[in-house]
Design a protein around this ligand. Structure first.
Ligand code: ATP
Ligand code: MG
Length: 736
């Protein structure tokens, strides 16, 4: 029965078996912290200490939640439901749905995304004396969010915040913003925690209910909790007259969310707040080879703010390739090399799904996506937003939101004229005015205007039709379920037709995306649950288990592991990010280094790091030097290879082009490998060449074509073997 305990080492086992009282597991990457939590969950159940729903488990990724629930299901031999298992936000959303009335919401409240938040804020800001040139809405939103992360409602800001005149204005905006949210029966991401936190403070009976309910609390990635999350956990754990059975696992070297208010000090606070806490350290790493671990340790050793720990490879017999560090001429060559390596590894028998490319910023995926599309390599982007950010998906979701919640004004505003219904600025203003005068949501205002014949012509017919459709859809949801109801709505309102008739190249893809969306909807029993999932997807990961190469940011990769990992773009300014260093100085640099440590330690068998001497940023070529993190890795664990000479020979066509139109300055070729310590800074990208409209050009990827139009360094080219595309002039050669 306790066979699962045999799969642990002694320290892990102690962490699992110490079920009563507070436990803190502090340990490096890959030492089995998440495994400890999963096993602990199972152990508590199997030893009869609690029922599944009496355990609160906060995990960082969906993968971890999924693993835990699968493990539990296999141990108790039946599917488990109703678990309190998920991210902080997910758990708080669940609690808030139950207690919404205590903060003046109803349980079907909407969760706004950043886009909605900004739109709302922009409506509020003009009424306040604040200069949006120096203090843009994004900044104001960031400040409000940081207050929420500290547990501040607009009434209880700290004295120092109140004393600052600009902050005092933002505080007023905060107040107005919250009032608007309340009217919309909505809340933003930060509110999910803050509302529940306030409920716990104001309604001790509610808090006590949860305290009694959750006999055991488990927290993964504890180093990345922010203040409000910490306070929330502490409230739940400090049960009067009972032991605090809270187990947190974390790694100070992997703290990468301080920019979102995470506080590494929470580790120290824990020991202070729970003086009887047992602190357990794990030192054996079961994930990575010795070389990967060696490189990780060498790198993180450069940080001064560390609690300090050592990592040993548990299995020293693994095939132990050195970490490969490659220098490339430019970012295109980098994606080319990585894709070639991926193909090679797949031929050796590795699966695409076991490979990951981890990047500093989301926008770095583009060259890889393009290359993979060209080569037909299967890939997926993990980290959410991309799919759900697309216009057609947001439109479709806005339609769903209005069906689920008729007073969702923001959603209505998004779709009222999509497809075109002749609702222009004037009509919209009229609807807004009526809504204000009658103090009703926009949809009711439209109803009022229609009934009283205050809208005319096309608008009248179109909006009447829309209102009828929404009514019918709501009935259909009841009668036939949400999937066929939404399908009906999007077809009947002309939305699907709008894209069918659209001649742009993306239209077909958009229709596919909508199909994909229906697929996603079908996985949820109700519309409200689906919409909640969408709101939470931001910090989610794609779980579709297909055999695809995984692309994601380093932040999204936390807690995950892959056999083969590629870490491209290790260049000064990009990684470490210049912005982080400018904003937070040495602390910023150390956080970037921790991010690099997270990246390295995701790899189980093979690790490939790379940097390019030239990178295109917003269409402009910029030269760059290798990241200082590369220099921090010694030859003991890494093998450095320069591909630069080779690649320049290959791009000789570019050379000819440069030579004939300007005098680009190529320096002498560096010796193999020398570029790592002597970065090339002398490549001057060509300035806009005078390519006349009508010229014949050759593009490396799209072939021959005719220039239709030029604008700065962009060309519109009708390619013979493809369609019309926009390309950057430095990528084409003029044909004589
Ligand atoms: P991270 O800090 O990256 O989140 P972690 O400490 O949570 O890492 P896990 O993901 O739990 O580490 O474990 C890393 C890998 O090692 C997993 O594949 C896990 O199954 C394996 N592992 C952990 N403990 C053991 C053990 N005692 N025996 C064999 N394999 C183990
Ligand atoms: Mg983990």
């Amino acid at each position: 029965m306790t066979e699962y305990l045999n799969q642990l080492n002694a320290a892990q086992r102690e962490a699992v078996e110490t079920t009563e009282g507070p436990v803190l597991v502090l340990a490096g990457a890959g030492t089995g912290k998440t495994r400890v939590l999963t096993t602990r969950f199972a152990h508590i159940l199997l030893s009869g200490r609690a029922y599944p729903n009496q355990i609160l488990a906060v995990t960082f990724t969906n993968k971890a939640s999924k693993e835990m629930s699968e493990r539990i299901a296999s141990l108790i031999q039946q599917p488990v439901e109703g678990l309190w298992l998920g991210s902080f936000h997910k758990i708080c959303a669940k609690m808030l749905r139950i207690n919404a009335h205590l903060v003046g919401l109803t349980s079907n409240f909407t969760i706004l995304d950043t886009d909605d938040q900004l739109r709302l804020l922009k409506q509020i800001i003009p009424a306040y004396p604040i200069d949006t040139k120096t203090t843009p809405p994004q900044l104001i939103l960031g400040i409000i969010q940081s207050w929420k992360d500290k547990g501040y409602s607009f009434g209880n800001l700290s004295a120092s915040e109140k004393a600052n005149p600009e902050k005092a204005i933002i505080q007023e905006i905060y107040r107005a913003y919250q009032t608007r949210l309340q009217q919309l029966n909505a809340c933003d991401f930060g509110d999910l925690m803050l509302h529940v936190f306030n409920i716990f403070n104001q309604y001790p009976d509610v808090l006590q209910k949860y305290q009694r309910y959750f006999k055991y609390i488990l927290v993964d990635e504890y180093q990345d909790t922010n203040i409000i999350q910490y306070l929330w956990l502490r409230m739940l754990a400090q049960r009067s007259g009972e032991t605090s059975n809270i187990c947190c696992v974390g790694d100070d070297d992997q703290s990468i969310y301080s920019w979102r208010g995470a506080e590494i000090e929470n580790i120290l606070r824990f020991e202070k707040d729970f003086p009887e806490a047992k602190v357990i350290r794990l030192e054996e790493n079961y994930r990575s080879t010795q070389n990967i671990l060696g490189a990780a340790s060498e790198l993180i050793d450069n940080n001064s703010q560390r609690l300090g720990k050592t990592l040993q490879a548990a299995n020293k017999n693994l095939q132990n390739d050195k970490v490969q560090v490659s220098s490339l001429w430019d970012s295109d060559e980098e994606s080319r090399l990585i894709c070639d390596q991926i193909i090679g590894l797949q031929k050796e028998g590795h699966h695409f799904g076991d490979m990951a490319i981890l990047m500093r910023t989301g926008s770095q995926t583009r060259p890889f996506e393009e290359r993979m599309i060209t080569l037909g390599l299967p890939y997926k982007i993990i980290g959410g937003l991309r799919f759900y950010e697309r216009a057609e998906i947001r439109d479709a979701i806005a339609y769903m939101r209005i069906v689920a919640q008729p007073n969702d004004n923001l959603a209505l505003e998004r779709i009222i004229n999509v497809p075109r219904r002749g609702v222009g600025k004037v009509a919209l203003q009229k609807i807004h005015e009526t809504s204000r005068e009658l103090d009703v949501p926009l949809l009711q205002a439209i109803d009022y205007l229609l009934i009283n014949n205050l809208l005319k012509g096309k608008i009248y017919t179109e909006l009447t039709q829309l209102m009828n459709l929404l009514d019918q859809t709501r009935k259909k949801v009841e009668a036939e379920g949400h999937i066929s109801a939404i399908d009906y709505l999007l077809n009947a309102c002309g939305y699907i037709d709008m894209w069918k008739q659209d001649k742009s190249p993306e239209a077909a893809g958009r229709l596919e995306n909508i199909k994909e969306l229906f697929q996603a909807t079908a996985e949820f029993p109700t519309l409200v649950e689906f919409l909640e999932h969408i709101s939470l997807i931001m910090d989610n990961d794609d779980l579709s288990g297909d055999d695809k190469i995984n692309l994601m940011t380093l932040h999204a990769a936390k807690g995950l592991e892959f056999n083969i990992v590629f870490l491209p773009g290790w260049e000064e300014g990009l990684f470490p990010s210049q912005r982080t260093m400018d904003e937070s100085g040495n602390n910023g640099l150390e956080e970037e280094r921790r991010l690099a440590y997270v990246g390295i330690t995701r790899a189980k068998q093979r690790l490939f790091i790379s940097h390019a001497a030239n990178r295109q940023i917003y269409g402009q070529w910029q030269s760059s030097v290798p990241s200082r993190f590369i220099e921090e890795l010694s030859d003991t664990y890494t093998k450095k290879i320069s591909h630069i000479k080779q690649s320049q020979n290959r791009s000789s066509r570019k050379n000819d082009f440069f030579d004939s139109y300007s005098s680009p300055k190529f320096s002498k070729q560096p010796a193999q490998g020398a570029s790592l310590s002597q970065p090339q800074r002398t490549y001057t990208p060509p300035k806009n060449k005078n390519i006349p409209v009508g010229s014949r050009v050759f593009h490396q990827k799209f072939g021959h074509g005719t220039v239709l139009n030029t604008e700065n360094n962009k060309l519109e080219v009708d390619f013979d073997k493809s369609d019309i595309k926009h390309v950057i002039d430095s990528f084409v050669t003029l044909e004589s």
